[in-house]
Design a protein. Sequence first.
Length: 466
Amino acid sequence: MNNNMDLFGVDCAGLRSIVAEGLKGGRWCDLYFEQTVYNDLLLRDGTVASGGFHLDYGCGVRVLDGEKTGYAYSESTDMPALLDAARAAAAIAGKGGSFGSSAPLCPPEINRVEYAWDSTSKKELAAWLERLEAAIRAREPRTVKVIALLSWSQSDILMYNSLDSLTSDSRPLGNVTVTVIFRDGTRTEQRNVSRSYRCGREMLSGELLEALADEAVAGLDDSFAARRPKGGRMPVVMAAGASGILLHEAMGHAFEADFNRKGQSIFSDKMGQRICKRGINIVDDATIPGNRGSLRIDDEGVLGQKTYMVEDGVLTSYLHDRISAEWYGVAPTGNGRRESFRYNPIPRMRATYMESGTDGTLQDLIGSVRKGIFVDKFANGEVKIGEGDFTFYVNRGYLIENGRLTMPVKDINIIGNGPQALADIEAVAGDLKIDDGTWTCGKEQSAAVSCGIPSVLIKNLTVGGE
C-alpha cells in the first residue's frame, strides 16, 4: 500500500482533503490513481523490426449526487492539480449527502507474476516470436505471411473514497496475437489466434508456442474447401470455448445493471423469473487465477468475486457497480470497471461463461441433430441491447446431416434473439472451456475480458446462407 502511495506522491491527509473538496458538490467522492507501463514488439516479414513503449499516469476524481455524475481527471498528481480536478467534478455533480457501503479491503492476490517482463531482454522476447513464425511455416508450406504482436503491461492502482476506504492493486497483462495468411492456388485464408494472461513473461513457454502454431494451421484443408450453405432456420451446435463470445454479447451485456436500471435491457423486468431450462448456470467471474478478465478488486475498490447471473435457469443477479447496487438495494458485485483514470467506472463484465451441463458430450449433441450447423469459431457480432437481437459472423463451421459433420461451411451469419436463444437451449454438454484469447469489450470504453461456454445445442436459429 505504501509503495503505491509513494508512487503517486500522496498521503492520507492529502487524500482526505481532495475528497472533502469533491464532497462540496455531492454525496460520494472517489479517487482512482493509475500508472500503466505498456510495451510491445511486432514481427512482420520474418523479423521483429518495431516496438513500442507507453506510460500512462494520472488520477480521476468522481463525484456523485443522485443521478448526476461529475468526473474530472489530471495527468499530474500534484496536490493543486488534484484539488482543481475535485472542484471541477463537484461543480458538474451538484450537492447531496451520504452514499453507499464499504467493501472488503484485503482480498487475496489472484494474478501472480513469477518472472517480471523487464527481467527478460527484448532480444530474447523477439527470438520467441521468430521461433513462433518458424513453427507455423514448418507446419504449413502454404504460409504466405505471419504477423505476430507481443505486448505486455503493468498497471499499479490506488483508490480512495469518501468512506475512508483505501485500496491498491497491481495488474499485469501479457498478450500474444498472431495473424497468418495462407494461399492455395488462387484462394487465400486468414487465421487469427491469440492468448492473454494476467501474469509475467513465464507465459512465453514452449508449450504456448506449440499450441499457437497448431491452432493457426488446424483444419486448413477444410477452410479452403468450405462453401456457403443454404440458409434458413435450423438447430445450431456451438463448440466449447470461443463460442462464449455469443454469450458475452447477446446475453451478458443485457445483464449489466445500468442497462436494466434505465429500462434499456430486454431483461429489465425478468429478475427472479425462469429464462432458460433448468440446470443452466451463467456466471461472471473475477476470481480465475491468471485469467485476462480477473480482478482482485474492481475499479471502485470492491472485492472481485464470482457472480451467478442465472442459477438453475432463473435470473438471480445483474452485474452491479456501486451506483446500480445502491439503486437496487443490493451489494456491489465488483463489476465497476473503467478503461483508465480518464473514464468513470460503469458496470462491465469480467470472465463470462456458462457452467458445464449434464447432457453428454459434443458428439452426443451433434448426433441428435438431423440437419443443422456446427459452429466452431465466431467472429464479429452486433447486438441490440433493448431488443436482444444479434447477428454473428461464423469463421468456421460444418453442416450437420443425420447426426454427422459433413461439408465445411463459411461466410454465414447466425441471427437470433438473446432471450429466445437462451430459452431455446436444448442441451449443454459437460465440457466447459474458458477461452484465453485477447478479448476486449468496447462498451463505451475498452476493457480486457474473457468468455467461455460448454458445447451447447440451440434448437432454432436463423442461418444466413444462400
